[in-house]
Design a protein around this ligand. Sequence first.
Ligand code: FPP
Length: 265
Amino acid sequence: MSRRLAAASNDSIGKVCPAELDPICLPAHVAVIMDGNGRWAQARGLPRVMGHRAGVEALKSTLRLCSDWGVKALTAYAFSTENWSRPGDEVNFLMTLFERVLQRELQGLEAEQVRIRFLGDLQALPEKLQNLIADATARTAANTGIHFNVCTNYGGRRELVLAAQALAGRAARGELDPATIDENTMAAELYTAGEQDPDLLIRTSGERRISNFLLWQLAYAEIHVTDVFWPDFNRDALMAALVDYQGRKRRFGGLEALRTDALGS
Ligand code: FPP
């Protein structure tokens, strides 16, 4: 399909992929480490938590743009297993923020056909938040639009340990022959089971770390680091990340670029 035709068919179903991007080579799955909220706030003389509040707006706009442009899944790192060590006031603010955002946005997410899931050890979250998460997950489970994964009390190493425990348990009960364990068996035990691996990881605020995020799933992701603080991550910043991605040659350890993006599978 020519680029013009692809863009036209994109438009015809209500999606508007900008002319700067090739809709055929969009990443199917984008992951984001939303870093720099605290510094964004401090630079404005505001309490750190105001950066998290502003970060919600950046996340909403990123989700809508990804959905409109044809990205199939967006996975955001909202709260790590390490974030509990932050001051109690900041942790409480974040938990309340998650609750309020879920209450406020759920109807809109439903209307836009977003399928939302929360990935992580959810049992450690406040009960009210757990209930809101269960409700949002159930109410959007059959939606046919973008997959929106919110990593909450998520840790990549913890995820791998839990997967190992689950497989070892099945082997010990005689349900699984250890010799048959392969990458698919392992992937099926992760929080992301059923989701294609991210093609692109975006990290804001200039840090060049993975920070225990999607350690298994990011094996072949392209990484885009921007100095922009997360609350300032806007249409231009997303565009820059996608243009950067589209300039990469993906080799997956081989010699030829393979396509696993939006239209390649
Ligand atoms: C990292 O910035 C950001 C976080 C730990 C929280 C991110 C959460 C949101 C944007 C809210 C999302 C809400 C929902 C419901 C999904 P930082 O505080 O580490 O920034 P710093 O490095 O400048 O200190």
